[in-house]
Design a protein around this ligand. Structure first.
Ligand SMILES: Cc1cc2nc3c(=O)[nH]c(=O)nc-3n(C[C@H](O)[C@H](O)[C@H](O)COP(=O)(O)O)c2cc1C
Ligand code: SF4
Length: 486
């Protein structure tokens, strides 16, 4: 992953540990309303893909155990990881793309309810993404994948050469020359792997996204409702289709790109279709970017404007993230795909302990506060969830006290210690295992390996009944913690 050149080392801080009495009276542990629902506390585990499903995208025993472990810590809400809405092979990504997935997802909801004894609300994040290919071997690219065009013939001064001769010539060219013979997308396909964009209007299925996506999302939301989830989170963040429609670099000329009004049009149409499918009382919100953190990308002004539009349309919550784009991702190795968390925007999404003067903690707070203020200035009460580098009670409580947000999300801190909120609530905050922001977990995610935390994955690996990673070395869930009796 890209790191700020300053490389200043930061250490997480446990902050002041509140007594049980103080915690019980705090904002963090007070109730929050989300649409027709109440959260018992303002703590929230945002979506995190842990690669526990399989090639069929079903809820496996590992998926159940993963979420059961988070639920034992009884956060206010858990958002199930990004779950695919298209019924196509998607690697080991969880899917909600057909009614056959409902039974497994229902078991997941029931598992969380049981483990949290009904204290935790369960949402599911639903996602669409476009195709991205692995970086090819150069030889294969020239011999098999590249479509030879007039452009190549002109550039090579080879109007009447047979196609094979052009392929062989291209394969033999040094990189410096190749860049001027291939067009920008071909060059990218060779260097990074071909990646579709929402602006690829020459492709019929991309042109048709405004017609196909509302139904795909609304069908998925209907299934989520059928499976018993408390609500759905529309994934409008990071490197995926809906975020690309919102992006300032979306210049589609069909009324779905260009101005902010046009860029928000499909996200709003998707929301309306979902609302239509699930009715007025079911919780529907979205996660989107407070800042895209790429050149020419959306700023907090864009995001504030979108936030007001989402709230005005009737979304029940808004959750923010930042960055995580393909546009500045690092070049992958041959045979691997680009990963949207390897560039500067990736750092903004999941900042690690080597940082700049600001540090890795709370980088998303000020932009999220600006979005929330814009929503309140528009007279709308929509709750806003803020996530990014939050790891102690003090920090979370201060965010709520300042009205930066209404609910506090903790992803890696919850992964490091799924009981951190329960321990804090019980006045046992000194027992919290603090995330060190090393991004070991993110490194596993990048390789599509089962995500675990380095602070616990080698502990008690001989515990009876625990499940281990495929390499047999790491436990897949945090060791149990039992609150003291009474
Ligand atoms: C392993 C891993 C998987 C993630 N998967 C998702 C995801 O499926 N959807 C999403 O919106 N964000 C995802 N994120 C981003 C987190 O939700 C969160 O925004 C980010 O980690 C910053 O918050 P933190 O500092 O509390 O970890 C993931 C993060 C990690 C570490
Ligand atoms: S591996 Fe654990 S300690 Fe390191 S960043 Fe991830 S959750 Fe935090």
């Amino acid at each position: 992953m890209w790191k700020p050149p300053q490389r200043i080392k930061f250490h997480p801080n446990p902050g002041r540990v509140p007594s049980a009495e103080e915690a019980g009276a705090s904002r963090l542990f007070s109730t929050a309303r989300i649409g027709a629902l109440e959260l018992e506390q303002r703590t929230w585990v945002p979506a995190m893909v842990p690669w526990r499903s399989n090639e069929d995208g079903v809820v496996t025993a590992d998926v159940l155990q993963w979420y059961e472990r988070f639920a034992r810590g009884r956060p206010g809400a858990i958002v199930i990881e990004a779950t695919g809405i298209r019924d196509i092979p998607s690697g080991p990504l969880l899917r909600i793309s057909h009614d056959r997935y409902i039974a497994g997802l229902r078991e997941l909801v029931e598992t969380i309810r049981r483990a949290s004894e009904g204290h935790t609300r369960v949402f599911i994040q639903i996602i669409d993404f476009l195709s991205i290919r692995r970086r090819p071997e150069a030889e294969k690219f020239f011999q098999r994948f590249l479509r030879i065009t007039e452009h190549h013939r002109t550039r090579l001064n080879a109007a009447d050469w047979p196609e094979q001769a052009i392929r062989d010539r291209l394969a033999a060219l040094p990189e410096a020359e190749l860049e001027s013979v291939l067009d920008a997308r071909e060059w990218e396909a060779l260097q990074f792997g071909a990646r579709e964009r929402v602006t690829d209007m020459a492709l019929p299925h991309i042109r048709a996204l405004p017609q196909t996506l509302p139904t795909l999302f609304s069908d998925a939301a209907r299934r989520a409702q059928g499976a018993g989830f408390d609500g759905v989170e529309l994934h409008y963040a990071h490197a995926y289709t809906m975020a690309s429609f919102l992006s300032a670099i979306n210049n589609r000329a069909d009324g779905y790109g260009g101005s902010r009004e046009n860029r928000v049009r499909l996200p709003l149409e998707v929301y309306q279709a979902v609302r239509q499918a699930v009715g007025p009382h079911y919780v529907v919100g979205c996660r989107y970017l407070a800042e895209e953190c790429i050149e020419g990308g959306n700023t907090v002004e864009d995001a504030s404007w979108f936030g007001v539009e989402f709230a005005r349309a009737g979304m029940d919550f808004i959750s923010t993230s930042r960055g995580g784009k393909f546009d500045d991702a690092k070049q992958p190795g041959v045979g691997s795909s680009a990963y949207p968390y390897t560039g500067r925007s990736g750092y903004e999404c999941m900042p690690q302990y080597l940082s700049d003067e600001f540090g890795p903690f709370g980088r998303n707070i000020a932009p999220t506060a600006a979005i929330r203020h814009a929503i309140r200035d528009a007279g709308l009460p929509t709750p806003v969830v803020c996530t990014g580098g939050v790891h102690n009670f003090d920090m979370a409580e201060a965010m709520l006290e300042r009205n930066d947000c209404d609910i506090v999300g903790t992803a890696r801190q919850s992964l490091a210690d799924p009981d951190w909120t329960l321990k804090t609530l019980l006045g046992l905050g000194h027992e919290v295992r603090l995330c060190e922001y090393t991004n070991y977990c993110e490194g596993l995610d990048q390789k599509h390996k089962q995500v675990t935390c380095q602070l616990w994955d080698r502990q008690q690996t001989d515990e009876p009944g625990i499940r281990l990673s495929s390499d047999g070395k790491r436990r897949l869930t945090a060791p149990p913690w039992t609150p003291p009796a009474g």
